[in-house]
Design a protein around this ligand. Sequence first.
Ligand code: ARG
Length: 277
Amino acid sequence: MKMLMCRPDHFDIEYSINPWMSVERKVDRKKALDQWEKLYETYLQLGLTIELVEQEEGLPDLVFTANAGLIWGGNAVLSRFQHKERQGEEPIWKQAFERLGFNVIVPPDGMAFEGAGDGLFLGSHLMCGYGFRSDRAAARYAAAALSVEVTELHLVDPRFYHLDTCFCPLDDSTAIYAPEAFDQDSIALLEKKVPHAIPVPPAVAAGFACNATPVGKTVVTSTAAEPIREELKDAGFSLITLEMGEFMKSGGAARCLSLPLDLGPVPSTPLQKTATA
Ligand code: ARG
């Protein structure tokens, strides 16, 4: 498995675009770097290959690579950010995807889409969140561009403004999710689509437990997930929990800091070979 990450060299809270962010609650840079390094080391120990993008000054949220775009089968649907504060990231992500050999698909002007933050695959079925950062039309646009089927989920709790803050497929038929994040119809859709949907208690979800990266049968997530360790064990998954406090000040955690690059069918024209980090 290959992952795109960005070392937090210029990470801070410079603006507030979600309920977790306050410019008064600055980041402890050293702590943030430590937390990030532990995630990075954990991925390496699990056998992952990491590609890195360098963080530019003035783009503090560039660390959240999940928002770069949506990857499937050698294609990258580029993000078009809802807030102007993050729109400066778009050319950087475009260039990174091109360097990595992806076929880059750019959603039309005026369509908001925040990549894997709002688009997660359950097997080969796309689940998209809309309501805060991504437009509903973007879910359909991305699904058509990638030739996949999509389930559109309406996010209604501003604390869970991206789908990856409240939903995480662990394999083709299992997922964890925070019910309070969705409207009733979307909960019904989600439960219909995911045979084994495990609801997470509110306090656990509020600690970014659903913001998780499954690597085979291992799930890398925040320390808030400890109360569901046994339940996940019964479902066949073991947990690695990490401190994510500095990133939670920005409304993100483990999954937001990670973009899996090798999702979907292997492209018929091989992706360009690139140096790894
Ligand atoms: N401060 C960032 C924002 O509000 C956090 C992004 C978290 N990313 C994610 N994939 N949920 O945009």
